[in-house]
Unconditional design. Structure first.
Length: 326
């Protein structure tokens, strides 16, 4: 149950990006997924009452700053407006007019990094701060899912959980738990510069399942096995095995038609540079690649990725995220 605090004139909320290690697409069919928080890419939302003319109760203005993906605010506004409506109903607060929401985000849109979920989470916490309410993690999740389902249709919930996590997560059938980490190493995320097409990828995969009897079951079974093997390798301190599962999962997605030539080139570049494994991350048909690198190879892997067309890269150290290191 949410508790009341003193309301503020301006509320602030924060969230960060995420990357999927393994489990894309299969997770919506009940398979496990492994998600990695990316704290280097942050979002801050501020919410407050303005003095502009009211259009009526619930009038909201959204402004984006600091992001190269400003058009996303227009696309996301329907989901965020729905979120605000649900917040006022769930928290039992007044639906006042003239709400201004400013979102300052560094997460590139459409790259599979959870930008829409991070924006939504930041807004939830900005509203909670503004109204002086303490929201539980489950309440936050439900509100973020409200926006995600508007933006993406059926949402697995992985993003809604991972953009607020402080450690890598196992997600399955709506339940989450923090992962044990026994490996050292760096995850290098490379942006292809091409917006991913998640809805197109989902439809492409669905059509493939419909054309071939048993295709969905085989895909989910293979994805589940690779994800479980990767989870055990991560916990047991076997980075080479973890890397191999990443590359194997990329092959699974590529066989389903969800990769691109540019993404495949980045995967190959990471492997050439000394990565232990690499794959597309996110919905597919564009977006980012994630590669696991030994620390001593990180410079070479990053250089190879940029030479192959990456427009930007980020490094996420496993040890820096570990809460439960074996």
């Amino acid at each position: 149950m949410s508790e009341n605090r003193r309301a503020r004139s301006v509320g602030i909320g924060r969230a960060h990006a995420k990357a999927i290690l393994l489990g894309e697409h299969a997770v919506v069919y009940g398979a496990p997924a492994l998600a990695l928080p990316v704290p280097q890419l942050t979002v801050t939302a501020s919410a407050g009452w303005s003095h502009r003319g009211a259009d009526g109760p619930g009038d909201v203005s959204f402004t984006m700053t600091g992001s190269p993906s400003r058009p996303m605010v227009t696309q996301a506004s329907d989901g965020l407006r729905r979120l605000i409506t649900e917040f006022t109903a769930t928290m039992g607060v007044d639906d006042r007019p003239n709400l201004d929401v400013i979102i300052d985000g560094a997460i590139p849109h459409g790259r599979g990094l959870g930008s829409s979920a991070a924006y939504a989470r930041a807004v939830v916490h900005a509203l909670a701060d503004l109204y002086g309410r303490d929201v539980t993690e489950n309440e936050t999740f439900d509100l973020v899912q409200t926006a995600e389902n508007v933006a993406h249709g059926r949402s697995s919930g992985v993003d809604a959980r991972a953009v607020g996590a402080s450690a890598p997560l196992l997600f399955q059938a709506g339940e989450v738990q923090e992962l044990s980490i026994g490996c050292d190493g760096l995850f290098i995320i490379a942006d292809s510069g091409v917006v991913g097409r998640t809805k197109d990828a989902v439809e492409l995969l669905r059509e493939g399942f419909q054309r071939h009897d048993g295709a969905r079951e085989r895909f989910v079974r293979r994805a589940s096995r690779l994800t479980e093997e990767a989870r055990h390798a991560l916990a047991a301190g076997k980075p080479e095995e973890l890397g191999s599962r990443l590359t194997d999962y990329h092959a699974l997605l590529r066989a389903a038609g969800l990769s691109t030539k540019a993404i495949d080139a980045l995967v190959e570049a990471a492997l050439t540079g000394g990565s232990l494994g690499a794959k597309i991350t996110g919905g597919g048909l564009g977006g980012c690649v994630i590669a696991l690198s030994p620390p001593e190879q990180a410079r070479e892997v990053t250089q190879q990725l940029h030479e192959a067309g990456a427009v930007q890269t980020w490094v996420v150290p496993l040890r820096g995220l570990a809460k439960n290191v074996l």
